[in-house]
Write a protein that binds this ligand. Sequence first.
Ligand code: BGC
Length: 722
Amino acid sequence: MISNYRKALPAFVLVVAFCVSHAVAQQPSPDEAIYKKIDVQISKMTLEEKVGMLHASSSFTSGGVPRLGIPELVTSDGPHGVRLEHGRDWRTDNDHVDDSATYLPTGVCLASTWDPQLGYAYGTVLGSEANARGKDVILGPGINIIRSPLNGRNFEYESEDPYLVSKMAVGYIKGVQDQDVSACVKHFLANNQETQRTSINVLMSERALREIYLPGFKAAVEKGGVYSVMGAYNKFRGEWCTENAYLVNNILKGEFGFKGILMSDWGAVHHTAEALWNGTDLEMGSDLLGLPYNKFLLADTVVALVKKGVIDPQTIDDKVRRILYVMYKIHKFGNRKPGAFSTKAHFAIAQKVAEEGIVLLKNNSLLPLDASAIHSIAVIGANATRPQSEGGGSSQVRTRYEITPLEGIKRIAGDGIHLTYSPGYRIAKDATADRALIDSAVEAAKKADIAVIVGGWTHGYNNYAWDDNAYDAEGIDKTDMAMPFGQDSLIAAVVKANPRTVVVLVGGGPVDMTSWINETPAVLESWYAGSEGGDALAGILFGRVSPSGKLPMTFPKTLAESPVRALGQFPGDSTTVEYDDDIFVGYRYFDTWKVKPQFAFGHGLSYTTFQYSNLTVTTHGQTAVVSLAITNTGHRAGAEVVQVYVKQNHCTLRRPEKELKGFEKVFLQPGETRNVTLTLQKDAFQYYNDLRHAWTLDPGAFTILCGSASDDIRASKVIFIK
Ligand code: BGC
């Protein structure tokens, strides 16, 4: 009996397993269930109704089908806060609308946190606020690679490094989409400059495409599950990005398996049939030029072309299916999560991102300031009192409040410290050093214990994108890295008058510091740090927070030393830009060519110190497990970003000196030790071999380098991968 039972058991298990797996197989996956509903909806639509969904119906909506209960899809900028309302067609006076959102630190500040969990929290704020404001799609994150220090939109983007971009973008996207709002990763692809952005033809090698410019988008789709992607304005290898079969059909929808909407940037479609065939699902744009929406390229003409047999009706159905799919995924047809708007919790996340994103570049023991030992501070610089939220172009945010650097410093300094403020320079078209302003700043600095200069770039004088004084803004690039408005003279004079001077730089990227960096004891990069930026900055100045931001891009000493000048072109000629810098973007160039930058990729100081010990690397086939201990050896709590770089010791094709393949941010109390373990998968050792058109692993020796910055490696080990 017992033995019979034993004999029967395997067969019984098999039968049960079969039944269970069969039952599971019978259950439609959530997506299959969605597609079933979509097919029913599509079967009821007329051609005109379908085509009505493929183009804008107002500046930020695309068409619905009211007869079938399909609403419009509502989009909104932007990447660091829900944009102020412009009305359906940009003409409505919306001053009465409550559209004051949380202004989050911009993308480059988020990336400087090197904290993907914070990326998720950031996305949650955006998604929740977008939802509360009735938006379905938030037009961010912007993840174009920071190729040149001059790009006017670097402040919106994240990094020069594809691995860091991928990690931060995935957190952001999941955060947004968990709030029942679609993220829209942009701009696909190679929108790395604003000069001639609507016409420039970008040429790059397949290797640069695969290793540098695509990984962020691949991660957004495959790991982030992003529902929307925005096609860029520019051309790629001669074809518009919105009509580019290779980029969209082959790579995005084919290789990456993207199931959502490829919407055009605003006004980026050029031809009807080519856009339809080559992957654009939705043509967006506003009617600013007076073009009625039914005259958009993906509107009435499409109906005519389908009727003539030029366009296959299934092509249209596929696009409608994608749009409806996104609507289902964000629960547009019911049970949508409630959003929340400008809450305390949202502002607290904005503050946390700023605190973790602001980078301490240099510190000769001047910081943190000891409030009990300081009697007076001279705050200097037009950026100290300047709100930034509404500037920069489409990413503008009207915010409930924005704490400027001066306000933040005042709040912490309290009554015990005497504060003076002098503007030091004037933000105005072609403004150069203003003697009178410099003299009064110098006088104030002389009388104070400490001087804090808040300078750097601006979004423009009137907070409009395309005005004459815009440096970090959509539609323009900087022409050089020299600080505008005579700030070099101001800084040199103030530092001379008071050697206890801190320079705080606002902006989306580096300035040329060569004329004053040696004499200046402390420098911070505060980016555009959002609604709570002033509080976060002051918290760092006074040591309430130990800085933990790390540069997501290299700060070259001079523009001439940047790879786009040394090897490549920027911004190209009137039609074309060739990326001759190839895969040598950012630190990949500086390290390989042995050029010492002003501040290296991954650099950022703390008020405490960290020790790296016990590095072990064990290989398992083509993967490696890196493990090490980090100890906070100082007297303050703080966070360290442990960075893991991989170097291939000998390779068939030239490779960068080293590449970031892992990182972890570790928060430690004084004296605390934590173990960090990171797994490097096979792809950490591969490169794209464009002779073989394949990702390739050349077996051999690799060096695993662990450190606090790309130029501050604390421990390394050689391993062999077969
Ligand atoms: C920008 C996009 C933006 C869109 C809508 C375009 O000019 O390039 O990033 O989302 O406008 O405002």
